[in-house]
Design a protein around this ligand. Structure first.
Ligand code: URA
Length: 242
C-alpha cells in the first residue's frame, strides 16, 4: 500500500497533512526515511515508524458479528440500517463488506472482512463450504423432510438444490431444526421449507465453514476474529453431505 494511504488510513490526517508529516522526515520504513507518499510499503513485513514509534497496521480485517434482526447485510442503503452502520468508525473506514447475505430478519453469524479472496473462497459453490442454521418451523418437520433435503428439493423457480443436511432437534408443531446448506440462493432455507409445505418463523446462522458463532456475542455485537479463527475459516473443509 502507498505510504500516504497507510498513514491517512490509520489516522495521521488528510492526504495534505500526511504530505507535511512525510516532508519532516519523521516517517521511516525499515530505518530509511520516506518522504515520497507514493512509496509502496508492506506494513506486515516492513517496520514503519512515525517519530520513532512503530505503527501496527494489518491490511485485512476479519470480524465476526452476531447479526441482529432488522438490519441489512449490505454495505450501504439509503433508507435502512446496514451491518456496516453497526461498526466503529475505525473498522468502517477499512472498506469491509459482509461475506454473503443474511435476510433482514435473519440473525446470527456474519463474517465481515475486506479480504475479497477469502470471501470468494467461502462463497464459491464449487468449494461446498457449509453454512448451518438453527430454525423454528411452523409445521411438523418429518423424517420424510430429512430424506427430501438429503436429495435436494425443488424450489419455486424449479431449481433443484444441492443436498442439505436436516436434523430435527424438537419434533412437533412448531419444530426446531438445524439445517446445513452449501449454496446461497435467495431466501434459500425459507424456500426449501416452503417446498415441503412449511414455514420458517425464526432463522439464525450458527456456523460458516468450520467457524462457529461466539455464543457470548449479543445480537448486534461483533469482535475481531483471532488469527486461529481466520485460519480455521480459511481451511474450512468441504461439506461431507454433498
Ligand atoms: N436462507 C434464508 O432463507 N435466509 C437467510 O438469511 C439465509 C439462508
Amino acid at each position: 500500500m502507498r505510504m500516504d494511504k497507510l498513514l491517512s488510513t490509520i489516522g495521521y490526517g488528510s492526504r495534505k497533512e500526511v504530505k507535511q508529516l512525510l516532508k519532516t522526515g519523521a516517517v521511516l520504513a525499515d530505518g530509511v526515511v520516506i518522504k515520497d507518499g507514493k512509496t509502496h510499503v508492506d506494513s506486515e513485513t516492513q517496520e514503519v515508524t512515525v517519530h520513532g514509534e512503530k505503527i501496527e497496521y494489518r491490511e485485512f480485517i476479519y470480524l465476526m458479528m452476531n447479526k441482529p434482526p432488522g438490519v441489512l447485510s449490505a454495505t450501504e442503503d439509503l433508507s435502512q440500517p446496514t451491518v456496516i452502520d453497526l461498526l466503529t468508525p475505525e473498522d468502517a473506514v477499512r472498506d469491509p463488506f459482509p461475506v454473503g447475505r443474511l435476510d433482514k430478519d435473519t440473525e446470527g453469524l456474519l463474517v465481515i472482512t475486506n479480504d475479497g479472496q477469502l470471501s470468494h473462497q467461502l462463497l464459491s459453490p464449487r468449494k461446498h463450504v457449509a453454512k448451518t442454521y438453527f430454525a423454528i418451523i411452523d409445521g411438523t418437520v418429518t423424517d420424510e423432510d430429512v430424506a427430501a433435503f438429503k436429495k435436494g428439493v425443488t424450489l419455486d423457480d424449479d431449481y433443484l438444490t444441492k443436498p442439505a443436511k436436516l436434523e430435527i432437534l424438537t419434533g412437533g408443531d412448531p419444530s426446531e431444526i438445524k439445517v446445513s446448506i452449501t449454496e446461497g440462493k435467495f431466501h434459500q432455507v425459507k424456500r426449501m421449507f416452503e417446498a415441503v409445505g412449511k414455514k420458517v418463523t425464526f432463522l439464525k446462522r450458527l456456523t460458516m465453514g468450520d467457524l462457529e458463532l461466539d455464543a457470548d456475542l449479543e445480537p448486534g455485537e461483533y469482535r475481531d476474529l483471532t488469527d486461529e479463527e481466520v485460519e480455521v475459516l480459511r481451511n474450512s473443509k468441504p461439506a461431507d453431505f454433498v
